[in-house]
Every structure is written in structure tokens, then in C-alpha cells.
Write a protein that binds this ligand. Structure first.
Ligand SMILES: [Zn+2]
Length: 236
């Protein structure tokens, strides 16, 4: 005989990168366990994989999880967590006073966490006639390039190629997907460092969950402030 379904609530939210409305259910104990184990491992790839699996299981709307951006997934996870566990999370923050360095536990209301601004301008003008149109990295790219990627020259290079949507000049718009990786690489190699830097700067501003927190240290009462950024800073 079929046993009753305990949790059947449905909620909706807006997918940040596209504005599409999606329906979801809160995650269940088994899914929470998958997430928490991944977050505690602090392994970027494991976290991405867990977020994808949990989003796949909890979102009813037909979406391609692999094509979501990192901030879409962070947003979905925040919503799932709020509806499943509750609005509060407890973070441990270290006093900035070097003599003190003691931890204070602070309750953070998840409803107050927002997504940093989505940059609407995706066009980077490299010369008067030539430029590129960027796209936010999709989750499947971030599984390949971890958080340290942008700091290494080779990694930054590969990530830039993956995040180019089109290249344009006076006469044409070239879809990067239709070009060989070799020719796109050649295009990037011929930029000067200022132009390359403009692209890297754009990529550094990928939106993320963030919140400013001010607190007084339990040990020395110093007033501290910090900007928490990224899913992991709220849940580990
Ligand atoms: Zn202190």
C-alpha cells in the first residue's frame, strides 16, 4: 500500500540569469545530507555536483541544470534551504583584532541575503570596431575550472574562451560556438594586456550571494564588519 507523502509543498522563484519563473519543492533530509557533506569537503567540484543533483531533484520546471550559471544555482540553493530548514543560519566569524582573533557566532537571516548586481552590459569594446560579447560561465564550465582558475594565466585563458558568446568587427558577428577553439585562441592571443584585462575584470564581477555583516566580538567587544560572499561563506 502506498504510504502518505509527508512533504508536498510547492513554491516558486525567479531564475536570476534569465528571469524565468521556476517551481520547486523544499529539499528533504536525504538531499540536505548530500549538500552538507559536499560543503564541508570544501571541494569546489563536489559542491557544484551536489548543487546540481539537488536542484535537479527539487525543481519541477523543466530546466537544463548544466546550462545554469553559478549564481542561479546559489540562488536556488538559498531558496531550497530557507523553505526546508528555516530562515536562519549560524556563521562563525573571526575577530579582526590580531591580538584577539576569537570567533563569534552570528545568526544570519537568509531572507536578507541578496545577489550582487547582474551586469547587464555584456559587450566589451576592444577597439573602435572590434569587440566581444560575454556570457556568464555555466555550471558545467565551473566544474572544469575551479575558483583558482582565474589566477593562473593558462586557466584564465581557457575560461575567457569559454565565456565568449560572440566576436564582432565592422562587418560581421562571429558566433564563437561556430569557430574552432584554435582560432578563438588565436584571437585572444592577439589582444594586448589592457584588452585582455578588460575581459578578466568583467569575469571577476560574476554575481554571487552576498551580505554585509557587522558584529561585536564576544571576547573583546571590538566592532567588526565583513562582506560574506558566495554560498560557502554562509553554510560552513
Ligand atoms: Zn575580538
Amino acid at each position: 500500500m502506498a504510504l502518505p507523502v509527508v512533504n508536498a509543498s510547492r513554491y516558486s522563484t525567479i531564475l536570476p540569469s534569465t528571469g524565468q519563473e521556476i517551481e520547486y519543492r523544499p529539499y528533504l533530509v536525504k538531499e540536505e545530507k548530500i549538500m552538507m557533506v559536499a560543503l564541508e569537503s570544501k571541494d569546489q567540484k563536489a559542491i557544484m555536483r551536489a548543487m546540481k543533483d539537488v536542484a535537479q531533484a527539487c525543481v519541477f520546471t523543466d530546466i537544463n541544470v548544466d546550462s545554469l550559471t553559478s549564481f542561479d544555482l546559489e540562488w536556488i540553493f538559498l531558496k531550497l534551504r530557507t523553505k526546508s530548514v528555516g530562515e536562519n543560519t549560524r556563521v562563525r566569524l573571526k575577530c579582526e583584532d590580531e591580538e584577539c582573533n576569537k570567533n563569534t557566532e552570528i545568526d544570519v537571516n537568509l531572507d536578507d541575503i541578496s545577489l550582487s548586481e547582474i551586469i547587464e552590459n555584456k559587450v566589451i569594446k576592444l577597439t573602435d570596431d572590434i569587440g566581444v560579447v560575454m556570457r556568464y560561465p555555466q555550471i558545467n564550465m565551473l566544474e572544469e575550472h575551479d575558483e583558482e582558475t582565474l589566477k593562473t594565466p593558462d586557466g584564465a585563458f581557457e575560461m575567457v574562451i569559454d565565456c565568449l558568446e560572440t566576436i564582432y568587427d565592422e562587418e560581421n558577428v562571429y558566433q564563437v560556438i561556430d569557430e574552432t577553439r584554435e582560432s578563438v585562441k588565436g584571437f585572444i592571443e592577439n589582444l594586448n594586456s589592457r584588452q585582455f584585462g578588460m575581459i578578466i575584470d568583467w569575469l571577476k564581477d560574476i554575481p554571487s550571494l552576498e551580505k554585509d555583516i557587522e558584529w561585536n566580538c564576544v571576547a573583546c567587544n571590538k566592532e567588526n564588519s565583513v562582506k560574506l560572499r558566495g554560498l560557502q561563506s554562509f553554510f560552513t
